[in-house]
Ligand binder design. Structure first.
Ligand SMILES: [Mg+2]
Length: 451
């Protein structure tokens, strides 16, 4: 087991400052940006960046610094000091000034505002990923002298030129200028930095603009930059085509009420594994133990091809119980998502509850031992997703193989689909929760849902 002890008190979205690069001229979006800067380009009446801001606020981030340049006054006028988003939300502004500073230069200029560690995002991207995982991996790396984290995504030139060689969980090469064929990943656009990286550059920063990618390349070369692999695509508005694409996506996601499926993972999608330590059946504790159940992929395909968005909501308390590390549990989900993508199935989100109220004395990651509202039978995982999408509960399902899944679904107000050969101790309880659908496996349940 990897020995990762996190700086637990720092693993909170509330405490991590978010720095947003907003100074770009948006020159490729000529028509839209003549009168308004890119972050304010309206999409269905809402400025583009407000979609990402709302997402970050829902996740729990509270402290923002906007790095502004082009038409800064319009941006500041719209977003204000943050108080209209909540009484404890703050937005501060760092102005690029007359000269073009480059992305790295804009961060150096913002040093007086920056806290010891901060997350950096771009105002022209919409990125709905697991921010907690990103934070966890950064602070785990901090224990070993890491100064930065870069999110990377397997790309193979799907979205832009690939620029990262990523192997065995490590960034081997990052270079935006010298592209080589081994580069199959791309830098995703979410970074976490230690402030000292930029403080060290302040003295030498002068007339020349500084590109952030040059700073990152050096950090990778010095092995000071860790990585978090993300699997969900990003949306951006850099070109008229990508603007049109996000406009269509936002319509479906935020404006049109739609039915979705929430799925439990273990026992529904994958086999329960045999744990040699405890000699009991358990959730898989490493990628090598993960195996799809027969017909599960086919079942997911039926649901996905029917047009339903798929969300996996899963309790994973093994790290809180000291059986493995949280990083291993995240790796399993990344593996699963990539395997499903090969089958043409995109999972919209995997939402994990890593907590356990009692935990175990063996647990190294003690911050996971706590009561929470996300652990099923609580409905927190489902409700958090519902806050981020315009979901119609009356047309949505919770699909699970346990009584707690049914209770979570019921608490969230969605329909219930039970899968598996339920044992008699569960039968009586199911009588109480009354699933709308019962199938012997995911495929059978899926067929009943889409018919
Ligand atoms: Mg289960």
């Amino acid at each position: 087991m990897k020995n990762i002890i996190c700086e637990t008190e720092r693993l909170s979205c509330e405490d991590l400052q978010v720095v947003v690069l907003m100074g770009g001229l948006g020159s490729r979006l000529k028509e839209q940006t003549v009168s308004c800067p890119k972050p304010l380009v309206p999409i269905h009446g809402t400025p583009f960046f407000e979609y990402e801001l709302n997402l970050l606020l829902q996740i729990g981030f509270k402290k923002f610094v906007f790095l502004v340049g082009y038409r800064a006054n319009m941006i500041e006028e719209y977003f204000g000091d943050g108080s209209r988003y909540g009484k404890d939300i703050s937005i501060r502004y760092s102005y690029d000034g007359e000269k073009l500073l480059g992305t790295g230069g804009a961060v150096i200029r913002a040093l007086p505002f920056l806290e010891e560690d901060f997350m950096l995002v771009y105002a022209d991207s919409f990125m709905d990923v697991d921010y907690f995982q990103i934070m966890y991996r950064y602070f785990a790396g901090r224990q070993t002298g890491i100064k930065a984290l870069m999110t990377v995504m397997e790309n193979a030139d799907r979205f832009d030129k690939s620029n990262v060689v990523f192997k065995d969980g490590e960034i081997k090469v990052y270079d935006k200028k010298n592209i080589v064929s081994e580069m199959t990943f791309i830098d995703y656009g979410i970074e976490i930095f230690s402030r000292e990286v930029f403080a060290a550059l302040e003295k030498s920063f002068g007339e020349e603009a500084v590109d952030l990618s040059d700073i990152q390349r050096e950090l990778v070369e010095k092995k000071k930059c860790t990585a978090c692999e993300v699997t969900h695509r990003f949306y951006e508005i850099g070109t008229p085509e990508s603007l049109a694409e996000f406009t269509e996506y936002a319509k479906k996601r935020f404006l049109e009420p739609h039915g979705v499926c929430f799925l439990d993972r273990d026992g529904v999608i994958n086999e329960i594994a045999f744990n040699e330590d405890t000699e009991q059946l358990d959730s898989p504790l490493s990628v090598s133990q993960f195996q799809f159940l027969p017909d599960a992929v086919e079942g997911l395909k039926r649901l996905y091809e029917s047009g339903m968005e798929l969300f996996i909501v899963t309790n994973q308390p093994a790290a809180a119980k000291g059986k493995t590390a949280l990083s291993e549990l995240y790796d399993i989900n990344t593996f699963m998502l990539k395997e499903l993508r090969k089958e043409g199935i995109e999972i919209a989100e995997v939402s994990v509850c890593p907590h356990h109220p009692a935990g175990s004395g063996r647990a190294k990651e003690r911050f996971l031992i706590r009561a929470c509202n996300c652990r099923k039978p609580g409905a927190g995982l489902i409700l958090n997703i519902m806050k981020k999408h315009r979901i119609d509960p009356a047309c949505s399902y919770m699909i699970g193989d346990s009584y707690t899944d049914m209770l979570a679904g019921r608490a969230a107000g969605v329909k219930l689909a039970f899968t598996g050969d339920f044992k008699c101790d569960v039968c009586g309880r199911l009588e109480y929760t009354k699933p709308d659908i019962i199938g012997k496996n995911l495929l059978e349940a899926a067929e009943k849902i889409v018919c």
